[in-house]
Design a protein around this ligand. Structure first.
Ligand code: GLC
Length: 758
């Protein structure tokens, strides 16, 4: 087995470095971040990977997963790395483990044993490499910690490297290496940090010039200075920089030596001195690590369960909330698949990510939603994505769904908190003026009402949730049936909020009824709901069409919105046409590149890939929720279980699936592809937040509402009995579910513990 879960330690242990793709982890303190693989490859950045990236990471190029955070161990003529990569000489014993905010490697060769733990602590903006070394015999070894630096702006590097590289410098201040990104055209020079590299043991020599350290026609596999046994104290004022240290160590038989390396950022040389001396203080690394563990324990304790299904338990207690938190933080910015070059904070995606943060940290959820509300215009629409750190102009495209997700996120916050206080907070509009959160979300409704199409559904505008649909509406006339259902869902939510705010909720319910009528009269196709209407009035997603006849989203949301008079039949069609036993396809059959017309084709994706007939995991979550609302636990469990990453990976096979078995991917190639089962775009995907909601709020059925905690489970025998601990409004609820029966626990102020068995 390539891996095993160690749930006690909240880790996944990986026994083989050559996984089919890099299996990543994210280490972060909210300011300094590192993505690191099971083989030590990865990339570090300060706040933004677009403008403050620290090291090179070569996406998709061969050799894969380079460069990274390596420590060469030179033991006589032998050179190897605890990360396994990038040396040809491999450790004799090796395993890696990804945990909550840290990654650890344990390796041994020729009687030398190394444990290398990487993490980013909360006290300094630095990636800490904690190395523990032991030898079976007395030995003198040399360590060479190494990072290949790059230009901080990756896109500028690709375009302007030949000139701008001569504006970089890397040098030593005593035994601390410093890198300065001096490029004159950078967007925020006054906020650009210096980067430092230091050890907490004496350093014999260093290198800052990559070519000096690595040598000609070599790579990180066999740097020449490592082979030669020593660094050459090269500095770099123009060229290709790196950080390399030479640390000579004497190991006494059986005795453990600890070496810490710090790759960090600070604004000035003075500050670097302060940071490094702080890092070098006795106990600093230990305290930082303990704080990290405590922080994750505190985060995760807010929802823990005991279930007979071990895989579900692993996901619910550990990896799903962990992944959801990383999504909340990084949006869709940087992963092994996304290069971190152009996507900022997407309003649509982030608003959905907020839903999973709400039960864990209301402050962070509110701050993020306020950021998104700040992208809203006075007429109610909002920017598509923004760049709060980089300061670039937002992408101002108007989509039919973005502003409506804001209503849903605000609703979740209010229900978690049980007060209307948040709705009274003031947030500026993007185009000037300020309003309360409540006024903002009412504008969302107004905007959709002001942008209904000829048939009465919301105009598609620049697409709805499904990006691919941008082509059906070039003339501005296309309409989205799915957005009507999303609209319906949030109309119910805002109607409830309006009543609580002492306003007229009924007016929203009236709009709901009108949209509902449309959905059932114009969008019902006979066995499912149609998807959208093109500029020229063609209904996409109909049995009468030659391709893409049935689409998942309008079936699941017909139930979620409560609008679908034929919701049950629609979900039966999902089972019949879209379910593959390895997830539910988004559309069936996949399209050719001539549909609906050659000129106005919806997609260039190959059949079964990505947006065209793959298993789009994000959308699968809504089918699970719909089945729960229909009270069909067997179906809900099937749809949920088959997409658990470890289950899907085992079914498809490790090499076919490729991605991590501990986090969700965005999509999996469908059966119309010859690579059915290949998972793509793992880690950063809306699947994380919604899977979490699907299992906790719909299958386990534990949902906050205004008056308290509602328990409305929809579980099969595999999931029973389910024991859940849920922290809600300051009280810890111990809930045992033995059957699918509804219960309600009214909230009582001051109550600290509560136990209930259903
Ligand atoms: C990607 C995008 C998301 C979009 C989805 C479907 O996941 O990040 O915004 O909703 O694709 O097109």
């Amino acid at each position: 087995m390539t891996y095993q879960f160690n749930n006690q330690a909240r880790e996944i242990e990986i026994n083989k470095y050559s996984t089919p793709t890099p299996w990543m982890n994210y280490l972060s303190n909210g300011t300094f971040h590192t993505m690191i693989s099971q083989a030590g490859g990865g990339v570090a950045f300060y706040r933004s990977p677009q403008i403050w990236r620290i090291n090179h990471y070569r996406f998709f190029h061969l050799p894969t997963d380079r460069s990274g955070f390596y420590t060469y161990i030179k033991d006589g003529g032998d050179v190897w790395c605890p990360t396994n990569e990038p040396c040809k000489t491999k450790p004799e014993t090796w395993k890696a483990a990804h945990g909550m905010g840290y990654t650890r490697f344990e390796a041994g060769r020729n009687g030398v044993h190394a444990v290398a733990t990487y993490f980013v602590g909360k006290y300094e903006n630095a990636l800490i490499w904690n190395l523990k070394l032991k030898s079976e015999t007395d030995k003198k070894i040399t360590l060479f910690p190494y990072v290949e630096l790059g230009m901080m702006e990756f896109m500028r590097e690709l375009q302007w490297q030949c000139y701008n590289k001569h504006q970089l410098s890397a040098y030593a201040i005593d035994d601390v290496l410093v890198y300065r990104y001096g490029v004159e055209t950078q967007p925020k020079p006054e906020e650009t940090p210096l980067v430092y590299f230091a050890a907490d043991v004496p350093v014999t020599a260093f290198d800052c010039d990559r070519d000096e350290f690595v040598g000609a026609y070599r790579s990180e596999e066999n740097p020449q200075n490592v082979e030669a046994g020593g660094c050459t104290n090269s500095t770099l004022y123009g060229g290709d920089p790196c950080f390399a240290l030479q640390i000579d160590l004497e190991l006494k038989a059986g005795e453990e030596r600890e070496v810490n390396i710090f790759l960090g950022t600070a604004m000035t040389e003075e500050e670097i001195k302060r940071c490094v001396s702080h890092c070098r203080e006795k106990g600093f690394v230990e305290t930082s690590y303990a704080a990290l563990s405590a922080q994750w324990a505190d985060f995760l304790r807010k929802f823990q369960c005991e279930l007979p299904d071990a895989d579900v338990q692993t996901m619910v207690n550990i990896w799903n909330p962990y992944q959801a938190e990383r999504n909340f933080q990084f949006s869709r910015n940087i992963s092994y698949y996304a290069t971190g070059t152009f996507r900022g904070v997407g309003v649509r995606d982030t608003a959905q990510d907020i839903l999973a943060m709400v039960p864990f940290d209301l402050c962070r959820a509110k701050d993020k939603l306020n950021l998104l509300l700040g992208q809203q215009y006075r007429d109610g629409h909002c920017n598509h994505y923004c760049f709060p750190i980089e300061g670039w102009e937002p992408l101002a495209r108007i989509h039919s769904d973005n502003h409506l997700w804001l209503v849903m996120a605000a609703y979740h916050i209010v229900m978690e908190e049980g007060t209307l206080d948040y709705l009274e907070e003031a947030v500026d509009f993007y185009d000037g003026g300020s309003a309360t959160v409540w006024e903002h979300i009412k504008k969302s409704i107004d905007f959709t009402m002001a942008n209904l199409g000829e048939q009465g559904f919301p105009l598609m505008l620049a697409s709805d949730w499904n990006d691919m649909l941008y082509k059906v509406c070039r003339e501005g006339k296309g309409e989205s049936i799915w957005t009507s259902m999303q609209f319906g869902t949030v109309l119910h939510q805002i109607a409830e909020l309006a009543d609580r705010m002492g306003e007229n909720g009924q007016k929203y319910l009236d709009i709901y009824e009108a949209q509902k009528k449309l959905v059932n009269e114009k969008a019902w196709d006979g066995a499912w709901y149609r998807r959208c209407i093109t500029d020229d009035g063609t209904f996409i997603g109909s049995a009468a069409e030659p391709q893409a006849k049935i689409w998942l989203n309008t079936q699941s949301w017909s139930v979620i919105s409560g609008m679908g008079a034929y919701g049950k039949a629609a979900m039966d069609s999902v089972k019949q046409y879209l379910d593959t036993d390895l997830g539910i396809k988004k559309i069936h059959p996949s399209m050719m590149t001539d549909y609906p017309t050659k000129e106005g084709n919806l997609t260039c994706y190959n059949k079964g890939c990505g947006e065209n007939g793959s298993v789009f995991c994000h959308a699968n979550t809504w089918a699970i929720i719909a089945e729960c609302l229909l009270k069909r636990p067997e179906r809900a469990y099937k749809y949920y279980h088959q997409l658990l990453p470890m289950v899907a990976q085992a079914k498809a096979g490790e090499w076919r699936y490729k991605a991590e078995p501990y986090v969700y991917s965005s999509n999996i190639f469908g059966p119309e592809s010859d690579k059915f089962g290949l998972a793509n775009v793992s880690w950063l995907t809306g699947t994380a937040a919604w899977m979490y909601l699907a299992v906790t709020q719909y299958m386990l059925g534990i949902r906050p509402n205004w008056d308290g905690l509602e328990i409305d489970p929809c579980l099969t025998a595999q999931m029973l009995p389910a024991k859940v601990t849920r922290v809600f409004r300051g009280c810890t609820y111990h809930i045992t579910i033995t059957k699918n029966e509804r219960a309600f626990i009214p909230h009582e102020t001051g109550r600290e513990e509560f136990e209930i068995t259903i």
